[in-house]
Design a protein around this ligand. Structure first.
Ligand code: NAD
Length: 367
């Protein structure tokens, strides 16, 4: 059988720096755990624009459709700010998400104990926090028609439409239930069924899908209450499933409970392919960070944790994903910090590759 395939798209700025570190981690798993991947690398964002005049070449798009998983760094930078909208680096990312039909966006909010002081909440509320928000990514009010700004009675009116089919709600719900099965078997669905018909349908469909996952404990919550509960007692949640708009807001809110942008991974999943694996793209939440590019200051952990998600959700290597996450936890507990994780200016930061050195040493020690 051939090895699972991985397409690496480092992109721009620190995307290239953190992805170089992920490659070292991939090599470690190949050498020490006999996990072999067919890895190919290509351009996206500004890097692709510089070479091809477009932020994603058709050949790269075709490759992304064929591989078992895509791992993306970050795109964008000041050099590209004045480009026409149609060729901006971000369009490369959007094209990947759209053409791969990645409808379930997974945003974990995980707080390593050693970083609990970094949160804006009290450490005891966030220490050990581990929740997963599943946001429906391809429908809802950001895409619904009619939309636009028009004149009515001499006044401008802005219109957007929240629209969900039951099929759209259902496929995201299945992804969320599947995830809950791999975690603590608790799912909370969030909508506004009290004031929105789309919310009533959402609640009905999620309840129907629940019949196929009787082991999962399902609860429903209005999204505004959900926001309140996330900052009041976030540890009550395991998996949260919500729509595109509420998910956009709730996932940013939950992620920031845990501290630095340099720590946050994400995954976007689509329908299963012929081999049963979902179409998938993994990427850190952060951007290309032009302010620190080329200085060896970037924290590679968000990107390395994105690879851990790929191990778990695309390659069924949950044990090795946990091994990698545990190594990161150990390194942080030992006080190893990149600059973004230091509040005290007198402390010493390790470099991007220094952080990976420490993670690889912890991985070695785990054998
Ligand atoms: P950003 O995430 O790049 O940076 C925000 C701040 O966080 C900066 O101070 C940066 O130094 C810091 N930071 C981010 N990641 C870090 C890491 N791994 N380690 C240490 N510090 C880190 O957001 P921005 O400055 O608003 O955007 C910069 C560029 O990135 C823009 O062109 C934007 O369009 C693009 N962007 C891309 C993505 C993506 O590719 N998914 C996401 C957001 C922004």
């Amino acid at each position: 059988m051939s090895n699972p395939s991985l397409l690496i798209l480092p992109g721009d700025g620190i995307g290239q720096e953190v992805m170089a570190e992920v490659r070292r981690v991939i090599d470690w798993f190949g050498a020490k755990r006999d996990l072999q991947f067919d890895v190919s690398e290509d351009l996206v964002g500004g890097a692709a624009y510089d070479k091809h005049g477009v932020p994603l070449h058709d050949d790269t798009m075709a490759k992304a459709q064929e591989v078992d998983a895509v791992l993306l760094g970050a795109v964008g930078g000041p050099k590209y700010d004045d480009l026409d909208f149609s060729v901006k680096p971000e369009r490369g990312l959007l094209r990947l998400r759209k053409e791969m039909d990645l409808f379930a966006n997974l945003r974990p909010a995980q707080c390593f104990d050693a970083l609990a002081d970094f949160s804006s909440l009290k450490p005891e509320l966030v220490a050990g926090l581990d929740i997963m928000i599943v946001r429906e990514l391809t429908s809802g009010v950001y895409f619904g028609e009619p939309r636009g700004i028009h004149m009515e009675d001499n006044m401008r009116v802005g219109v957007n439409t929240q629209r969900y089919t039951e099929a759209e709600i259902e496929r995201g719900a299945r992804a969320a239930f599947e995830l809950a099965m791999k975690r603590d078997k608790k799912l909370c669905s969030m909508e506004k069924a009290n004031v929105m018909e789309s919310g009533i349908l959402w609640r009905d469909v999620v309840t129907e899908v629940h019949a196929d996952y009787p082991e999962v404990e399902l609860s429903h919550m209005y999204a505004d209450n959900g926001a309140m509960q996330l900052v009041r007692a976030p540890k009550q949640f395991d998996v949260i499933y919500t729509d595109n708009l509420f998910g956009d807001i709730l996932s940013d809110c939950a992620a920031m409970l845990t501290g630095s942008l340099g720590m946050l991974p994400s995954a976007s999943l689509g329908s299963p392919m012929e081999n049963g694996r979902p179409k998938a793209m993994y990427e850190p939440v952060h951007g290309s960070a032009p302010d620190i590019t080329g200085q060896g200051k970037a924290n590679p952990i968000a990107c390395i944790l994105s690879f851990a998600m790929a191990l778990r959700y695309s390659f069924d290597q949950g044990e090795d994903a946990t091994r990698l996450e545990t190594a990161i936890e150990k390194v942080l507990a030992d006080g190893v910090r990149t600059g973004d994780l230091l509040s005290d200016e007198n402390s010493t930061a390790v470099s991007t590759s220094g952080m990976t050195d420490a993670i690889l040493a912890a991985l070695d020690a785990s054998l």
